[in-house]
Design a protein around this ligand. Structure first.
Ligand SMILES: [Zn+2]
Length: 342
C-alpha cells in the first residue's frame, strides 16, 4: 500500500511517501481502508520527536481516521466488512478500572494511534475493533476526519471535564485551530456567550463566522484586558485552553471569580508559573483534559449528524502532499482542520 512514513525527526522531519507492507488484522483487530485522516498538533510533536515515550521510527503518523472496514481479524465479533467507521485514536485496553467506568481517556494501558502503532496517513490501517465508532449516515468521511479527534477533545473539555451553564461567558483560545473551532460551536450550542482569540484578522473573522460573539487579537500584549472589558470587567466563567506556557497565565487574568480553566495542550510551553493568592481567593479551578471518551466521540458525531457541529476544514491534501500539509499547520497558516485523503 501507499503510506507516508516519518523516518527522521525534525521541524521539518523527513516524511517519505512510498510503499509499505499492507497491515494485517490481528486478533480482535480490523483493517480499515482509510478514506480521510485529520492532521493534528500531535502529528507535529511526533515529527519533532517531542512526544514523551514515543517508540523509535519509522512510523506512519495520523490518528484521526475515517474509512471502511475491509478485513476482520479472529475474535473481532461486531465489525462487518463494508462498515463505515471512525476510529477512537486514544486506544484503550477496555479492562482496567478506568475503562470499566467508561473513562477511556484515563486508561492505564492507553496507546495512541499514529504514535505507538502505525496510523492513518496511509491507504490502510489496522486498529483494535473496540476503537471503532460507527459513522452516522449523515456524516461524510471528511467531516469525521475533521471532528473525531479535535472536536471530541473539545466536547470532552466542555461537557465532561467542565460544565457550561446557559449564558456563561466562555473564552476559547485560538478559535481557528482544530480544538478551538470545535469548542466555539459546542459552547454556542450549549448556550454560552463566546469570546475567542485569534492572531490575525483572518483567524478572528473565521472564529466569528463559527459563532464566536467576540474575537480579540492575541498578538496584543493586553488582550486579557480586552476580554475583561467585553465581559463588563467581570471575566469569563470558563476558558478552553490548549496552548500552555505564558498563555495559560494570561488566561487567569481573564477568569471570573469561581471560574474554570480547562486545558488540553502545551504547544507554547510545558511549564508555567501560577499566582496562588488570586487563585484560591477567587476560588478558581484549573482542570486537565486528555483526549476523549468513547461517549464524547458519539456525542460529537451526533451533533455533526444533526447539523449542530460543522467541520471547519481549512485544507484537503492528497497523501502524496502530506509534507505540504505538515508545513501549513506548523507555519500556523491553517484555518480549522487539515485533512489528508489517501
Ligand atoms: Zn484501560
Amino acid at each position: 500500500m501507499k503510506a507516508v512514513q516519518l523516518i527522521v525527526h525534525g521541524a521539518p522531519g523527513q516524511l517519505v511517501c512510498g510503499e509499505a507492507p499492507d497491515p494485517v488484522a490481528g486478533p480482535g483487530e480490523v483493517v480499515v481502508r482509510v478514506r480521510a485522516c485529520g492532521l493534528n498538533r500531535l502529528d507535529l510533536w511526533m515529527e519533532e520527536g517531542s512526544v514523551p515515550g514515543a517508540p523509535p521510527l519509522p512510523r506512519i503518523l495520523g490518528g484521526e481516521v475515517s474509512g471502511d472496514i475491509i478485513a476482520v481479524g479472529p475474535g473481532a465479533t461486531h465489525a462487518r466488512i463494508g462498515d463505515r467507521v471512525a476510529v477512537q485514536s486514544n486506544l484503550f485496553c477496555g479492562e482496567c478500572e478506568f475503562c470499566a467506568r467508561g473513562e477511556e481517556s484515563l486508561c492505564l494501558k492507553g496507546r495512541l494511534l499514529g504514535v505507538h502503532r502505525d496510523g492513518g496517513f496511509a491507504e490502510k490501517v489496522s486498529v483494535p475493533e473496540r476503537a471503532l465508532v460507527g459513522l452516522p449516515e449523515q456524516v461524510d468521511y471528511d467531516t469525521s476526519a475533521a471532528l473525531t479527534l479535535a472536536a471530541s477533545t473539545a466536547m470532552h473539555m466542555l461537557t465532561h471535564r467542565a460544565q457550561v451553564r446557559s449564558a456563561d461567558w466562555v473564552l476559547v483560545i485560538g478559535g481557528a485551530s482544530g480544538v478551538g473551532s470545535g469548542a466555539i460551536q459546542i459552547a454556542k450550542g450549549l448556550g454560552a456567550r463566546v469570546v475567542s482569540t485569534g492572531s490575525t484578522e483572518e483567524k478572528r473573522k473565521f472564529a466569528t463566522e463559527l459563532g464566536a460573539d467576540y474575537a480579540v487579537d492575541s498578538e496584543r500584549p493586553d488582550w486579557p484586558a480586552e476580554v475583561r472589558q467585553i465581559t463588563g470587567k467581570r471575566g469569563v466563567d470558563l476558558v478552553v485552553e490548549h496552548v500552555g506556557g505564558e498563555v495559560l497565565g494570561k488566561c487567569f487574568e481573564c477568569l471570573a471569580r469561581g471560574g474554570t480553566i480547562v486545558t488540553c495542550g502545551a504547544t507554547a510551553g510545558r511549564e508555567t508559573a501560577l499566582k496562588l493568592w488570586p487563585f484560591f481567593v477567587k476560588e478558581q479551578k484549573l482542570i486537565g483534559s486528555y483526549g476523549r471518551r468513547r461517549e464524547d466521540i458519539l456525542t460529537t458525531l451526533q451533533w455533526a449528524a444533526a447539523g449542530q457541529l460543522k467541520a471547519a476544514i481549512g485544507g484537503i491534501y492528497p497523501l502524496a502532499e502530506t509534507r505540504a500539509a505538515f508545513d501549513a499547520l506548523r507555519q500556523r497558516q491553517v484555518m480549522g482542520k487539515v485533512v489528508i485523503k489517501p
